[in-house]
Design a protein around this ligand. Structure first.
Ligand code: CP
Ligand code: NVA
Length: 315
């Protein structure tokens, strides 16, 4: 049992590794079927509460509209309205919300808050981003990659930049689905050791352990996917100037894309900063699938919620 795991028997989604490889495939199958209109899970009368301690565009809108499209309801609560851990302990918030709602999703400053919510909740708790992982993003990303290439196994995913929450979930997700994960980060910003160890374990003997590299050129060499994220995540605003200096040379540009496989795609979870982690125009570059990723947030989360609520089979 690690700090990031909840102890209740209720099924939670705090980490991408809370799903097995088979369950990820089932969620992605359902997500693509929802996207194409072949599947519309029915969660009529079920409701989701989204607790937000940080700003959001994609997460909030995709959860809210995704629930409505499946016939359910959703409600988003902003930090000043709930006061998680200030006005009321997370455990009490979870006990109360479990009496009103069928699913709780939370975007939190500290992953510990998610664990506290999950430990007291009688309904599934979904990680809508913590400082440690962003698993909903990675479900959408794996869906986008699989829809583009027709497979995930054997692909090489190169992440350029900070070994942050998005990189961590992507490393674990790649290990589970049999893709090779490489990350190039400046010294001091590497993927955390516990994530590397977990991804190595999940990949197993036949799979690929994450490769931690220094130079972006080495990471993207022949890669199928080039992925980047902001240099300063939410909550790291005071480090922004220092990080801008430290990450110089880690910008994804058309020149860097040329070192990847000619059929490679460019990915970013958004929001993005042109002139920092990406050069101008990268989001609309012909190789970009960034807006498919954003769209898939709605489909992948709908599939996940439907699975957690038993509205579709889990594998
Ligand atoms: N990618 C993502 O999670 O976007 P938001 O922060 O806007 O929700
Ligand atoms: N790493 C970013 C992701 C935003 C969706 C952050 O945590 O701010």
């Amino acid at each position: 049992m690690t700090l990031t795991e909840a102890t209740t028997t209720c099924r939670h989604f705090l980490s991408i590794a809370d799903l097995s490889a088979e369950e990820i495939r089932a969620v992605l199958d359902a997500a693509s079927a929802i996207r194409s209109g072949e599947l519309r899970p029915d969660v009529a009368g079920r409701s989701l509460v989204l607790l937000l301690e940080k700003p959001s565009l994609r997460t909030r809108v995709s959860f809210e509209l995704g629930m409505r499209k499946m016939g359910g309801h959703s409600l988003s609560m902003l930090p000043q309205e709930v006061g998680l851990g200030g006005r009321e302990p997370p455990e009490d918030v979870a006990r109360v919300l479990s009496r009103y709602a069928d699913v709780i999703a939370a975007r939190v400053n500290s992953h510990d808050t998610l664990v506290e919510l999950a430990n007291a909740a009688d309904v599934p708790v979904i990680n809508a981003l913590s400082e440690i992982e962003h698993p909903c993003q990675i479900l959408a990303d794996l869906q986008a990659i699989r829809e583009h290439f027709g497979r995930l196994e054997g692909l090489t995913i190169a992440f350029i930049g900070d070994g942050n929450n998005v990189a961590a979930s992507l490393a674990l997700g790649c290990a589970l689905v049999g893709a090779e994960f490489r990350i190039a980060s400046p010294a001091g910003y590497e993927l955390p050791g516990d994530i590397v160890a977990q991804a190595t374990r999940l990949a197993g003997q036949a799979g690929h352990a994450p490769q931690l590299l220094l130079k972006p050129e080495n990471a993207v060499d022949g890669a199928d996917v080039v992925y980047t994220d902001v240099w300063a995540s939410m909550g790291q605003e005071t480090e922004r100037e220092q990080r801008t200096r430290d990450f110089r040379g880690y910008q994804v540009s058309p020149n860097l894309m040329e070192l990847a496989d000619p059929k490679a795609v460019f990915m970013h979870d958004l929001p993005a900063h042109e002139g920092e982690e990406i050069s101008e125009g990268m989001l609309t570059h012909p190789q970009s699938i960034v807006f498919n990723q954003a769209e898939n947030r709605m489909h992948a989360q709908a599939a996940l919620i439907a699975m957690l609520l038993g509205a579709i089979p889990s594998a």
